[in-house]
Write a protein that binds this ligand. Structure first.
Ligand code: NAD
Ligand code: IPM
Ligand code: MN
Length: 360
């Protein structure tokens, strides 16, 4: 049977609640679809930091590099600065493994109402540049404690870095509905963003059948709220893509629904799959976190590992649970994380036995 080796990092807060949920759902679908996942759990995160002064093992990146994929929950805790926790784990993984595409699909889900009146046909994908841009290590804090104190952070956009993510987005758009929106701010950010526009336009020009529209990020935020169904693929820099992904997923009902794939498209390194949301300290420990974003991320992982049918079965089971009204409190229901996963696993198992009955 096919075997996949996956590194699992539950991390902090609700990460340790939604990750086991996704693992159970994947195990169920794997049993039905003829493969196994060998999970290796790494207990890294804020507790590890409190004990060892590091977010992950010294050779953590090396350990991760030996797996086919990485499934992550979330990182971050109120009593440790976010720059320490995130730059000690998530950001180094994205960079070390050159996961330059952060793919974030957003769609209206059955049985779930978002905050907008008529929007039930949202179906878009955010392609977020994931290793450069506004998230740069270049800069610093100067004249500490003096009146002239300041902090400087350089945004770095390279031709190769913009072209490769724009190329990915253009290919994706050509396989979908052919619409590509580029998020920009070339009216205000006068060095990097005009360059972004230029490289995106040049790259997309090589993709026949893709209609490129560049939209200023402020207007784009408004348009997403007013006409979200109009968007197909959105390509955005690291920071703009980050903000747009919480906005777009909230329009479908909850950021707890949103999935992401941090991809190294060349497959030289493992890719990382994690929900868009964070560790949600405000609801952690209550057993009520929405596991959909984590399960959907696991489905993206299965697709990446070549298990397309299983990935689709997992997504169908999620849809079925939502459509049946198994909704966590963020979606207006009172289901627990466990209730939702039970519903998903039951559907997967039931579908399998129906199919087996039919084939005998
Ligand atoms: P958050 O995404 O953790 O939470 C924002 C709001 O959404 C909260 O009210 C939370 O309860 C709700 N929410 C999020 N996920 C949910 C789910 N699955 N089900 C139900 N409700 C959900 O964002 P935040 O509060 O700004 O950040 C908390 C911590 O997480 C910070 O330390 C932050 O740096 C970190 N963070 C980590 C990641 C990551 O590891 N990838 C991503 C985002 C934020
Ligand atoms: C995300 C998160 C991270 C990001 C943070 C936690 C550094 O918000 O994955 O969306 O900004 O990339
Ligand atoms: Mn984010």
């Amino acid at each position: 049977a096919r075997r996949h080796s996956v590194a699992v990092i539950p991390g902090d807060g609700i990460g340790s609640e939604v990750v086991p949920a996704a693992v159970a759902a994947v195990d169920a679908v794997a049993a039905v679809h003829g493969f196994t996942v060998r999970w290796t759990e790494y207990p890294w995160g804020s507790d590890h930091y409190r004990r060892h002064g590091r977010m992950m093992a010294v050779d953590g990146l090396d350990l991760l590099s030996r797996h086919d994929a990485i499934l992550l929950g979330a990182v971050g805790t109120p009593d440790i600065p976010d720059d320490v926790t995130l730059w000690g784990l998530l950001i180094p993984i994205r960079r070390q493994f050159d996961q330059y595409v952060n793919l974030r699909p957003v769609r209206s889900m059955p049985g779930v109402r978002g905050p907008l009146r008529d929007a039930n046909d949202i179906d878009l994908v955010i392609v977020r540049e994931n290793v450069e841009g506004e998230y740069s290590e270049i800069g610093g804090r100067f004249h500490r404690g003096r009146p002239e104190e300041m902090a400087i952070q350089e945004a770095v956009f390279t031709r190769a870095g913009v072209a490769r993510v724009a190329g990915y987005a253009a290919r994706l758009a050509s396989e979908r509905r052919g619409g590509l929106t580029s998020a920009t701010k070339s009216n205000g950010i006068i060095h990097t963003m005009p360059f972004w526009d230029e490289v995106v336009a040049e790259t997309v020009a090589a993709s026949p059948g893709v209609a490129l529209r560049k939209v200023l990020i402020d207007a784009l935020a408004a348009e997403l709220v007013l006409r979200p169904e109009r968007f197909d693929v959105i390509v955005a820099s690291n920071l703009f893509g980050d903000i747009l992904s919480d906005l777009a997923s909230a329009l479908t009902g909850s950021i707890g629904l949103a999935a992401s794939a941090n991809l190294n498209p060349e497959r030289k390194h493992p890719s990382l799959f994690e929900p868009v949301h964070g560790s949600a300290p405000d609801i952690a420990g209550k057993g009520i976190a929405n596991p959909v974003g984590q399960i959907w991320s696991a489905a993206l992982m299965l697709r990446h590992l070549g298990e397309e049918t299983a990935a689709q079965a997992l997504l169908d089971a999620v849809d079925a649970a939502l459509a049946a009204g198994v909704l966590t409190p963020d979606l207006g229901g009172n289901a627990t994380t466990g209730d939702f996963v039970s519903a998903v696993v039951t559907t997967i198992t039931a579908t399998a036995s129906t199919t087996a009955d039919r084939s005998t």
